[in-house]
Ligand binder design. Structure first.
Ligand SMILES: Nc1ncnc2c1ncn2[C@@H]1O[C@H](COP(=O)(O)OP(=O)(O)OP(=O)(O)O)[C@@H](O)[C@H]1O
Ligand SMILES: [Mg+2]
Length: 303
C-alpha cells in the first residue's frame, strides 16, 4: 500500500501523526518505509530521534535522488539507529526504514518528466518491498504533491493500493482549507484529473485525519459552565461545517486527541510513555486505531 500524507496548511500534525502511524504499523507486524517528501523541511529524522539525520542527510537523500544526482536513496533503519531507548530496545518492530530528505533541500522549481519517472521508479520499488509505504508530502499544492499525482497516474500504479490522507486541525479555517485542497481549484481532484487520474476513483482513495482534537476528556474539570457550553456549541458547528465541506464521518479515517506531550515535543508516543503516565492512553490508542483502519479493506470500500 502506498500512502500519501498531505495537508493544505502547515503545522497540522501531518508528520507527527504519520511517524506515529508508521511506528504503530511496525508494532503490529507490518514492514514500513517512511519516505520524506517534505523537501523544504524534512523532519522525520528528528521525530524518530536519529542523530545526524534530524534535518535530513547530507548526501543521497530523496530530494537529490529525484533530481538525478544519484541512484540509491539512503535508507536508515529506525530501530537500529534511533537514540530513543524505548524505540530501540522496546517491543519488537517489523522493519521500519526511513528514506530521509536532503539537508538544505528545497521545493522543485521545475516539473521535469525525469523527476516524475524517478519518483515512480522509487515508489514502485518500495511498494514491492514493504507492506506500507508512507510518503510525507509538503503542505499545500506543492511540487511534491504534483509529482506524486503525476507518478501515480502512470499505468503501472493502476493495480496498486494508493491512498491519500489529508490532515487537518479541528478548526474552521483548517476544515475549509482541507476541503479546498481536495475539492477546490487546482486541488487534488482537479490536478489529478489533469494528469490522467479518474476523479471518482481518486476521491475514493482520500480519507481525512482530524488532529489534536480537544474533546471533553481533555478539558479542565474547573471549566466554567458557560465555557463548556460554548465549546460544545463550537464542536457541533464544526461537525456541521465538516459535513457541508464533504469531510463528514464517512470519509474520516480517524482523529487524534490533543496530547500535552506533543504540544511540547514532536516525538513517537510509546506505550512506555503511556504506562509511565506521561502521555495519555487515548493518544496511543488513537495511533493504533489509525493504523488498523488504514490497513482494513472495509475502510476503502466504495462509499
Ligand atoms: N495530537 C496532538 N496534540 C498536540 N499537539 C500535536 C498533536 N499532533 C501534532 N501536534 C504538534 O503540532 C505541531 C505540528 O505538527 P507537525 O510538525 O507534525 O505538523 P506538519 O503538518 O507536519 O507541519 P509542517 O507543515 O511544518 O511539516 C508539532 O509541534 C506537533 O508536536
Ligand atoms: Mg511536517
Amino acid at each position: 500500500m502506498l500512502v500519501f500524507s498531505t495537508s493544505d496548511k502547515g503545522g497540522t500534525g501531518r508528520s507527527v501523526t504519520s511517524c506515529n502511524l508508521a511506528y504503530r504499523l511496525g508494532l503490529s507486524g507490518r514492514t514500513v518505509a517512511y519516505v520524506d517528501f517534505d523537501f523544504g523541511s524534512p523532519t522525520a529524522g528528528a521525530l524518530f530521534e536519529i542523530s545526524g539525520v534530524e534535518r535530513g542527510v547530507q548526501h543521497n537523500g530523496v530530494h537529490s535522488y529525484l533530481l538525478g544526482e544519484h541512484d540509491a536513496v539512503t535508507r536508515v533503519d529506525v530501530a537500529a539507529t534511533t537514540d530513543r531507548r524505548g524505540l530501540r530496545r522496546g517491543p519488537r518492530l517489523s522493519r521500519l526504514v526511513l528514506l530521509p530528505g536532503d539537508e538544505g533541500g528545497a521545493e522543485f522549481l521545475s516539473r521535469d518528466e525525469a523527476i516524475v519517472d524517478r519518483c515512480a521508479r522509487l515508489l514502485l520499488e518500495l511498494e514491492q518491498e514493504f507492506k506500507v509505504v508512507i510518503v510525507d508530502l509538503s503542505a499545500g499544492r506543492s511540487a511534491a504533491l504534483e509529482v506524486a499525482l503525476q507518478a501515480t497516474a502512470i499505468a503501472s500504479f493502476a493495480s496498486l493500493e494508493v491512498r491519500w490522507l489529508v490532515f487537518h486541525r479541528w478548526t474552521r479555517q483548517h476544515i475549509i482549507a482541507a476541503s479546498g485542497l481536495v475539492h477546490g481549484k487546482h486541488g487534488l481532484l482537479e490536478m489529478g484529473a489533469a494528469y490522467g487520474h479518474n476523479p471518482d476513483e481518486l476521491l475514493e482513495s482520500v480519507r481525512y485525519v482530524r488532529t489534536a482534537v480537544s474533546g471533553k476528556e481533555t478539558r479542565n474539570s474547573h471549566q466554567f459552565p458557560a465555557q463548556s457550553a460554548w465549546l460544545d456549541e463550537q464542536d457541533r458547528a464544526l461537525r456541521q461545517l465538516a459535513n457541508d465541506k464533504q469531510l463528514g464521518l464517512t470519509v474520516v479515517l480517524g482523529q487524534t486527541p490533543m496530547e500535552p506531550v506533543l504540544q511540547w515535543r514532536e516525538q513517537i508516543i510509546l506505550d512506555a510513555d503511556v504506562n509511565a503516565h506521561i502521555a495519555n492512553s487515548e493518544t496511543g490508542k488513537a495511533y493504533a486505531d489509525l493504523a488498523e483502519r488504514l490497513i482494513e479493506p472495509a475502510t476503502w470500500r466504495r462509499l
